[in-house]
Write a protein that binds this ligand. Sequence first.
Ligand SMILES: *[C@@H]1O[C@H](CO)[C@@H](O)[C@H](O)[C@H]1NC(C)=O
Ligand SMILES: *[C@@H]1O[C@H](CO)[C@@H](O)[C@H](O)[C@H]1NC(C)=O
Length: 270
Amino acid sequence: MYIIINSSHLPLQQRRLIIHNNHCHLLYFIILIFLFFNNFILLCNAQQHDTYLTHFEDPSKGLTIFDSYTYRDGTILLQLAHFNEDESCIDPNLNLDIVFPNGAIKPLNVSSYQIPIYNYCMLDDVFINSIINEDTILITYFYGDNAATTIHMGMIIDWDGNWLQNIELGIGIGKINININDDSGFMWTRQVNDTTIAWSQFIPSPSKPTEIKKIGSGFISISPLSIITSFQMFTSSDGGNGFTLVTKIQKSTDYYITDPIWEVHAIFLD
Ligand SMILES: *[C@@H]1O[C@H](CO)[C@@H](O)[C@H](O)[C@H]1NC(C)=O
Ligand SMILES: *[C@@H]1O[C@H](CO)[C@@H](O)[C@H](O)[C@H]1NC(C)=O
């Protein structure tokens, strides 16, 4: 597991980025980060395969980590960003780096003219960057006038930062789930309303892995007596796609005299 510590609250001259490869339990890490963040030290039980990679960025650029994604071989895709004064926007450029498991860092020069400028101020949902396979990287952004009609877009680039294609992922602000099997591509999902989730699946073309194609889409709906309170996607070890839904039966009749009933569903897509 790679843990990236963003040291943006530290004085400029100390600002740096630590990437730590280890096998500690996640919970253990969260505690450590809280305890040691101020001292800017990260400790963990020494393990045989621990590696530290320390990379210094020019402090005058004022960069912090905006997004990170770890590919299954340990390669990390990082997006660094410089925030404006009130932290409502980042500077309008992509600033992507690939960090290889051997510590080599490759900055990508990605042409981003097709990304509307307001994306750099939609800080919560935009730029869910992911590595799809050994040929392609997905950068997501939005195209449209308002949240209801906005098109969630995917820009596909190669590992050198060259633009390959744009794809429409779906309408509205969705989530991305990359399958553990490269051939199974990725899913885009969005909760449409209280009872429905929309999904679309994209895979690399079997004959041309640099080309990403949409191979299916649909809805998952539950009984109108319930509401979906949260959902997550997961992939099975054989590359299947599934959802877990947490739903709550609404207390709509006198029959329910106690608290509403909560249910958890696990649904697999074929
Ligand atoms: C990035 O690409 C643009 C457009 O191709 C080019 O003008 C610019 O010099 C490149 N920058 C770097 C740092 O390579
Ligand atoms: C939820 O969205 C689905 C898909 O657009 C639609 O078929 C369904 O009628 C909607 N349900 C409600 C309660 O609005």
